[in-house]
Design a protein around this ligand. Structure first.
Ligand code: SAH
Length: 237
């Protein structure tokens, strides 16, 4: 067989393309690479088995641009366009764990869908996720990904999440993926008594991850650790 080098080269390329990140089992996006990330999260102190299991089952490489897919299982935030980032896996795990710590949750509000990765990790762990994103192009992409993964208990809204989703309140849990400078009271008011919210608070230079628990009298809050998120902004685009 005399295949010209040019054709052979094209064939290899076509093969590589067929095994693009949609497919399991190749190099940096393989199940083995994902396992390594899960082990690392365990070493970093993530204890909740259901959270780790959900992250093991969630293909993060499908939530970033194909050009970044090979870095998807590094424990780092990555750009998703529009000046936004997909959260670092450790932070996704930590926030989900903090949200679920007191037991199972029914309805959860997420503010800042971004890539949809946190949404996909959370969805199997609760009854329903309502997720809001203020940037339409990001939300549309996230919707397509969630659909492709057949995740059906998520309701997506193109909306300014600062004011929550009063029509679906109260929530058992709220998870905010962008940082306001103080605790947004509209969101606290949409928690059911005993409900909890996990969010970053602070300015661009210094932020803390905070857990807020709604009580009958008001709320109590607790600082978890230092973090770095994009700011929570008003309005939609
Ligand atoms: N957990 C997401 C993180 C996305 S970054 C992921 O893993 O991909 C935070 C997102 O919050 C950004 O997409 C940003 O557009 C969005 N955001 C910021 N302010 C918002 C607001 N007021 N309402 C809704 N979304 C907001």
């Amino acid at each position: 067989p005399h295949t010209s080098p040019h054709i052979a080269g094209a064939g290899r390329l076509a093969g590589a393309r067929l095994m693009s990140p949609m497919h399991e089992g190749i190099g940096m996006t393989s199940q083995r690479t994902r396992e390594r990330l899960i082990r690392r999260l365990g070493q970093e102190g993530i204890r909740n088995r259901r959270v780790l299991e959900s992250m093991r089952n969630t293909p993060r490489h499908l939530f970033v641009d194909e050009a970044l897919a090979s870095r998807a299982y590094e424990d780092t935030a990555l750009p998703i366009g529009q000046g936004q980032t997909i959260s670092q896996p450790y932070i996704v795990a930590r926030m989900t764990e903090a949200l679920l710590a007191a037991g199972p949750l029914e309805n959860v509000l997420e503010v800042g869908t971004g890539s949809g990765y946190q949404t996909a990790v959370l969805a199997p762990l609760v009854r329903r996720v309502y997720t809001t994103e203020r940037i339409k192009v990001l939300l549309d992409q996230a919707r397509r990904r969630l659909q492709a993964l057949k995740i059906r208990n998520v309701i997506t809204k193109h909306a300014d999440g600062t004011i929550g989703l009063p029509e679906y309140a109260p929530f058992d849990g709220i998870l905010v993926a962008a940082a306001p400078e103080g605790i947004p009271l509209a969101l606290v008011e949409q928690l059911r008594p005993g409900g909890r919210m996990v969010l970053p608070i602070g300015d661009r230079d210094e932020q803390a991850l905070v857990r807020v628990v709604r009580t009958n009298e008001g709320y109590v809050h607790e600082m978890l650790e230092r973090v770095s998120f994009v700011p929570l902004l008003g309005g939609v685009c």
